[in-house]
Design a protein around this ligand. Structure first.
Ligand code: SF4
Length: 309
């Protein structure tokens, strides 16, 4: 049956306890997944992993992301080896991880990625990060800042690295909530805008599969920010029905005697719902051994029948 489906990409979802405690975490809805932990298991021992690779190849899937719903790829013990292996089987390899765990040890892993590197954080203010995601998250902005700076210095001018990775791009992802919402535009306009290595920022609405009234306040914060932006900023593009905006600024370069004018801009979008399967569809492997074609990740693990199919 799955042979008739067009999959946009494959996704490997690392299962295990997370270092952060984001209050909105989707993992809190995954009772079954939370019993699993493959963080310290060599991927060669993961159940049905070979079958997943073979199936993805037979489905002609060229792109894979290493990601998670209740943990973080950056805390997987064999991440470097996994990415090295995936480069043999897929044309394009990307990753979605959390800045709280983006230590210098991770840089060589991210250098292996030749597709999107997506990094999420909650805030550039450590007390707010900590309030949202616990103490471990308080250094998330420092980690991201050093990594972006390193990328700019080492790779933005490295023609060989760039030409051999033409699809490599950087997304910064922020879940908008009651705590970080008031500072987000300021963070974009006065901080992130200077990192021209960032391809775009994705502002995400708290997503819940079940109805939890508690999160209405966070969803309202997202809606309020989105409405404000729509009333002030000009839409510059669109992606599958989602509006894309841009912050920009022009400054004198005080450090240059010619006082050149420098232009900066940064694109950002609002994400509020899972894209319909007719638009984007992933072929998913959960590291406990489940292969799922369900485009909804939580029910795909928690409720679908035992797999592989
Ligand atoms: S970093 Fe991701 S997986 Fe970990 S607690 Fe936060 S939202 Fe959940």
């Amino acid at each position: 049956m799955e042979q008739n489906i067009h999959f946009t990409y494959a996704e490997i979802l690392i299962l295990g306890p997370c270092t952060c405690k984001c209050f909105y975490c989707l993992g809190n809805e995954m009772t079954e997944a939370s019993k699993q932990n493959q963080l310290h298991t060599d991927f060669k021992q993961w159940k049905n992993f070979d079958e997943f690779i073979i199936k993805a190849s037979s489905l002609n899937i060229k792109k894979v992301y290493v990601s998670s719903v209740n943990s973080d790829p950056f805390i997987y013990d064999y991440l470097y080896e996994l990415l090295t292996e995936l480069r043999k089987h897929f044309l394009l390899v990307g990753i979605r991880g959390n800045a709280a765990n983006l230590t210098a040890d991770m840089y060589r892993c991210l250098d292996l990625c030749n597709e999107e590197v997506s990094l999420s954080l909650n805030s550039n203010v450590s007390s707010i990060s900590e309030k949202i995601a616990g103490k471990h998250a308080s250094y998330e902005w420092n980690n991201l800042m050093f990594y972006l700076d390193r990328e700019y210095r080492l790779h933005s001018k490295d023609v060989n690295f760039k030409s051999s990775n033409p699809d490599r791009r950087f997304r910064v992802s922020i879940v908008v909530n009651r705590y970080n919402m008031p500072g987000i535009l300021n963070f974009l306009e006065n901080t992130l805008i200077y990192y021209d290595i960032i391809s775009y920022v994705q502002l995400r609405r708290v997503y819940k599969y079940n109805n939890y009234p508690y999160f209405e306040e966070d969803q309202k914060a997202f809606d309020q920010l989105q409405d404000y932006v729509a009333s002030v900023y000009e839409k510059v593009d669109e992606f599958k029905g989602t509006s894309i905006y841009e912050v920009s600024k022009t400054e004198d370069d005080y450090f240059d005697e010619s006082t050149d004018i420098r232009h900066y801009n940064l694109r950002f979008s609002f994400w509020e719902d899972v894209f319909p399967p007719s638009s984007i569809r992933s072929f998913n492997y959960f590291t406990a051994g489940k292969i799922s074609t369900n485009h909804l990740l939580v029910p795909g693990y928690e409720h679908d029948s035992a797999e592989p199919q």
